[in-house]
Design a protein around this ligand. Structure first.
Ligand SMILES: *[C@@H]1O[C@H](CO)[C@@H](O)[C@H](O)[C@H]1NC(C)=O
Ligand SMILES: *[C@@H]1O[C@H](CO)[C@@H](O)[C@H](O)[C@H]1NC(C)=O
Ligand SMILES: *[C@@H]1O[C@H](CO)[C@@H](O)[C@H](O)[C@H]1NC(C)=O
Ligand SMILES: *[C@@H]1O[C@H](CO)[C@@H](O)[C@H](O)[C@H]1NC(C)=O
Length: 589
């Protein structure tokens, strides 16, 4: 193992720390440690000891297994509980920690001079406790040393640690403590965007009119508009009816927000019947919405969710999370923990959208497993509440770059993406062209190294693996959760940004597109007096699997390898395929 000088300093600092008084809380054991500084980050300096952190403690949930089995029962069309989603109160009761866990954590806090009733935030179920502490105090509690780490590519700085410990006794009561070892290289799944020469976009008002609902014009093979997607996925003729109840939520991070004026320009150009349609802005944890200099990702997401689901009400959640690190002690930082900020916010609402889409992710191995598991379990809560949760599958095929492990062995492996690899989300890969659609070569896909293969996909994935034989053996984890689940178009999307039309590519295009179709299916279910679809995968891999256009050609190269190949049935390039709304509508009726 190569020890970088900064890390040696950190270790030296740790060894020099004075032992804590009190045997019960003095018996520290490592909870999570990296063997190397996460790639792309460098140690910058030591933060001042009085710098404040919002420390979030995720307590072990006493009835997690019951939550997960409830999720599967209400999401399985063959189960008698299908569609009987849980209320917020029911979920809160299932995620509550055992009183012994609360007791242990509270007396540990008291031992460190923290009054548990001063907690800055407690989730309704009580499984998350947030307290405001100084760096010096966090270092004593977690037996660690914090550093300011700098990420040159994004210019962001965070206060994090290479490892943290908890008293032995707390290991059975606490799942994760943040901010610690999750550095966050969260990025948008938008692989390219370029300003399109104006002539290729056509006349301002011609697009919506020229495409008949029944035919998919050849131009959609290179240039994607809502009219293309609505024709391709057969939603053109569907008129939403449940718009008083049904909602679609887009979650965005890294300071992105969507622009209202651009949405109107987009509608005037590409969907004239939606002119005047709006969306709701919600800012979470200091998220921005200045309306100037909007994000390409945010505009893409909202223009295509609305472009397909209009007039279904859409909400854009702008979650803060990467403010500059300021070395003053009065600005608490909990930077780059956006999933937890957003999830804690949304799960605290009584009524939540039935459909969500997110186009952000990290390489799975850069997210500590305890952290990834806690976040994935929060997505399970959304599913149990009756929401369908879509994530882009990633833009680097089976992996970008050198694709080596970060466990010190530098072994070459394909790099799965998180949260796409969480078994409780629906992961959306990418396609291109029409008649037929084919896989796009950057479509993220593969097998999780953290999460086991859920039973809903065993049959589909086994047939793929049988066909694959020993190819790529050792490069991927054949027993892991396989993704993507489904796919949609991923290139040539016409997006209005700052008044100009740009052409955008990435599975960032696919997830909002798929979510738009799901929102219409939810509209149909709700307008028939039925429950929304909720967590989709158990349905998609069983009774609804014939509702997709199977994508049978293309591949997703990466890591210097040819990647997986799309073929008949499920594959780790395009999943089950792209949605055919009319067939799916009949299957969920
Ligand atoms: C959906 O549209 C495609 C054309 O894109 C067509 O081939 C297919 O038959 C349609 N499905 C239904 C159920 O009408
Ligand atoms: C959670 O919801 C309750 C009730 O609406 C509210 O009082 C509380 O402030 C919310 N907490 C957070 C962190 O949003
Ligand atoms: C993917 O396709 C694009 C365009 O067709 C091509 O330029 C690129 O080299 C391909 N990428 C890989 C990894 O094969
Ligand atoms: C493969 O996935 C399983 C979960 O099914 C996990 O326990 C195991 O550690 C993974 N193995 C590797 C080599 O990633």
């Amino acid at each position: 193992m190569l020890l970088l000088p900064a890390f040696v300093l950190l270790l030296a600092g740790l060894c020099g720390a004075k032992p804590l008084a009190g045997k019960r809380w003095n018996d520290l054991a490592v909870k999570h440690a990296w063997v190397e500084i996460p790639r792309g980050w460098e140690f910058h300096s030591k933060p001042p000891g009085d710098h404040l952190l919002d420390m979030r403690i995720g307590l072990k949930q006493a009835k997690l297994e019951e939550l997960i089995s409830s999720l599967y029962e209400v999401s399985d069309p063959a189960h008698e509980r299908y569609g009987a989603h849980l209320t917020k109160e029911e979920v809160d009761a299932l995620v509550a920690p055992h009183p012994a866990s609360v007791g242990a954590v509270e007396s540990w806090l008291q031992h460190h001079g923290i009054n548990p009733s001063d907690a800055h935030f407690r989730s309704a179920g009580g499984e998350w406790i947030t307290i405001r502490v100084s760096v010096a105090q966090a270092e004593r509690m977690l037996g660690t040393t914090y550093g300011v780490y700098y990420h040159a590519a994004s210019g962001s700085s965070v206060v994090r640690t290479m490892e943290y410990s908890l008293p032995q006794e707390l290991h059975s009561h606490v799942d994760v403590v943040t901010p610690t070892t999750y550095f966050g290289t969260l990025h948008s799944m938008r692989s390219t965007s370029f300003v399109q020469a104006h002539s290729t976009v056509g006349d301002e008002d011609s697009f919506a009119a020229e495409i008949s609902p029944l035919a998919v014009p050849a131009s959609c093979g290179t240039t994607i508009t809502p009219a293309c997607l609505r024709a391709l996925y057969n939603t053109t003729a569907y008129v939403p009816k449940a718009t008083a109840t049904n909602k679609l939520g887009v979650s965005g991070y890294l300071g992105e927000f969507a622009n209202d004026a651009d949405l109107q320009t987009f509608f005037k150009t590409f969907r004239t019947d939606a002119v005047g349609g709006t969306f709701t802005h919600v800012q979470v944890n200091g998220g921005l919405n200045t309306q100037s200099d909007p994000g390409v990702e945010a505009n893409l997401d909202i223009q295509y969710t609305e472009g397909i689901s209009f007039p279904t009400p859409n909400t854009y959640y702008s979650t803060g999370g990467s403010p500059p690190f300021l070395a003053d002690s009065f600005t608490p930082t909990n930077t780059n923990e956006p999933y937890l900020d957003w999830l804690n916010f949304i799960l605290n609402q009584t009524t939540i959208p039935q459909t969500f889409t997110t186009s952000y992710g990290d390489d799975e191995q850069t997210v500590p497993q305890d952290y990834a598991t806690s976040v994935c379990n929060l997505f399970a809560q959304l599913g149990a509440r009756g929401s369908s949760v879509m994530f882009s599958s990633g833009d680097e095929g089976v992996g970008g770059g050198a694709c080596t492990t970060n466990d010190g062995t530098n072994r070459k492996i394909f790099q799965p993406a998180f949260p796409a690899s969480c078994p409780f989300v629906t992961s959306v890969g990418g396609t291109q062209k029409v008649n037929p659609e084919v896989a796009i070569n950057f479509s993220g896909g593969g097998f999780s190294r953290y999460f086991a293969q859920p039973s809903y996909q065993t049959t589909a994935v086994s047939s793929f693996l049988n066909g694959l034989g020993t190819k790529f053996a050792g490069l991927f984890n054949a027993t892991g959760r396989a993704y993507p689940d489904v796919a949609a178009q991923a290139t040539g999307f016409q997006v209005v940004v700052g008044g100009r039309t740009e052409s955008v590519a990435g599975t960032s295009c696919s997830s909002p597109t798929f979510a738009g179709v799901v929102a219409l299916l939810n509209d149909f279910r709700i307008s028939e007096g039925k429950a929304p679809l909720g967590f989709l995968n158990p349905l998609f891999y069983s009774t609804a699997k014939t509702g997709f256009n199977d994508i049978v050609s293309g591949s997703n190269p990466g890591c210097g390898q040819a990647g997986f190949t799309a073929g008949v049935g499920w594959d780790p390039v395009t999943g089950l395929g792209t949605p055919d709304f009319l067939r799916l509508q009949a299957l969920v009726a």
